[in-house]
Design a protein around this ligand. Structure first.
Ligand SMILES: [Fe+2]
Length: 281
């Protein structure tokens, strides 16, 4: 059960920006056309500038560069546009998460890598991945940012508990703090009004027994595992988390080689992203 101080904190979170809410409502709707989506993006100047830049970045660039917002919208699609808007929004409460041994940068890069991994896996899976996967992957650990705001715990107490009781990091969170970051993340997503498959994937991304309950959940579990395998945002939990790597992979129709190719592709996109963020490094 989520303690009251966290529930109060979630209740008082800033609402989603209007652009994010409108894009979220458009996700999965078949009656939405490009002009509707372009209109939403166009009226948000900061977002409009960003979508053109992302549409020309290594992960999304096509044969020709795009210059107009409308062309960028066509290239990126609603879900990616939403991840751009959400990426900016969650930076408002960016911070380090010492309880998980994660720096501000680790958390951000881990979310970005998980979200890009969805795009890379989509090219390798047997069937299509729903558009909501990239949003769920981006936000899967959002609960950690809330946990560190309201819970006082030391990473060493969590790690000692793991060692003493031979339990995984997520169980240790629940035992020491009464809840874990996944269920808190689910409550945040619910508060923000995301579609059920996103909320549920965030809430259950460490719940192996729920694997098989949807493509989005399996894709998020694998994307999280992949980001960790690339050494991005390993944190104190590292691989001491519940994961059904083979089960999730099989349900998505993703071979071991396909998973590895997707990891390699994501690592290349992440390297480009780092270069863009820090061109002199
Ligand atoms: Fe997690």
């Amino acid at each position: 059960m989520i303690p009251n101080q966290i529930l109060d904190g979630i209740e008082h979170l800033d609402p989603l920006p209007v652009t994010a809410r409108r894009l979220s409502d458009m996700l999965g709707r078949e009656d939405v056309n490009i002009r509707d989506i372009a209109d939403v993006v166009q009226y948000d100047a900061a977002v409009a500038a960003n979508v053109v830049r992302v549409a020309n970045s290594a992960a999304y660039a096509g044969r020709y560069p795009v210059e107009r917002v409308r062309d960028a919208v066509v290239r990126l699609g609603t879900a990616t546009l939403l991840t751009i808007v959400l990426g900016r929004h969650i930076q408002n409460f960016r911070g380090a998460a010492p309880m998980y041994s994660l720096s501000e940068d680790d958390l951000y890069m881990h979310s970005a890598a998980a979200s890009l991994m969805i795009k890379a896996m989509a090219a390798e899976c047997r069937g299509p991945l729903p558009a909501t996967c990239s949003v769920a992957a981006l936000l899967h650990d959002i609960g950690k940012l809330i946990m560190v705001r309201y819970m006082k715990a030391d990473v060493s107490s969590l790690l000692s508990l793991c060692n003493e009781k031979k339990i995984n990091f997520v169980d240790a969170e629940r035992e020491l703090l009464g809840c874990d970051h996944a269920e808190v993340g689910g409550a945040v997503a619910r508060k923000w009004g995301f579609p059920t498959e996103i909320t549920s994937a965030i809430e259950n991304h460490h719940n192996v027994s729920r694997g098989g309950n949807g493509i989005v959940l399996d894709a998020v579990m694998l994307a999280n595992y992949a980001a960790k395998s690339m050494g991005i945002g390993l944190g104190a939990a590292a691989f001491n988390i519940p994961i059904d790597y083979a089960g999730s992979r099989e349900r998505l129709g993703l071979s071991i080689e396909g998973f590895e190719r997707a990891c390699a592709q994501t690592a290349m996109w992440m390297a480009d992203q780092r270069k863009e963020m820090n061109p002199v490094a």
